[in-house]
Design a protein around this ligand. Structure first.
Ligand code: DQA
Length: 146
């Protein structure tokens, strides 16, 4: 049987702490909760998800390149704070054809000024933010339609 299309779900710095990190901003779901939910949703959609987290910028760059080399259907990326600083992630997204959906649990535009600029947004296919963990489901739903 043919392999199912794969969606990479990449999470950046501090997202391993979801559930206990500022729950009033990021909610009470852990990254494992989100991953479990996405795996169920992916299987219902006939997709596979490859869900990863790293606190290191270079890992995210490597994984974006890997997603492209593996022919992933899309990447869902919550780059955490690197969203606001990383030219390397901007360039990595620009360098690949794979569509990248930017996700944030919170709405950065409604927060501190330093979160208002995203270096991911100009090279992303689209952005989903402000809906908590639901944003990952919405992104997977969108990616399934590419
Ligand atoms: C975040 C928003 C970023 O500004 C922040 O640095 C994060 C999480 C979000 O999901 O809301 O780490 O990406």
């Amino acid at each position: 049987m043919a392999n199912k299309p794969v969606i990479f779900v990449l999470n950046g710095p501090n997202l391993n702490l979801l559930g206990m990190r500022e729950p009033e901003i990021y909610g009470s779901a852990t990254l494992d909760d989100i991953a479990g939910q996405m795996e169920d949703q992916a299987s219902a959609l006939g997709l596979d998800v490859e869900i990863r987290q790293s606190n290191h910028e270079g890992h995210l760059v490597d994984w974006l390149q890997e997603a492209a080399a593996d022919g992933a259907k899309a990447v869902i990326l919550n780059a955490g704070a690197l969203t606001h600083t990383s030219v390397a992630l901007h360039d990595a997204i620009k360098a690949i054809e794979t569509p990248v959906i930017e996700v944030h649990l919170s709405n950065p535009a409604a927060r501190e000024e330093f979160r208002h600029k995203s270096l991911v947004a100009p090279v992303a296919k689209g952005t989903i933010c402000g809906f908590g963990a639901l944003g990952y489901q919405l992104a997977l739903d969108a990616a399934s339609k590419f």
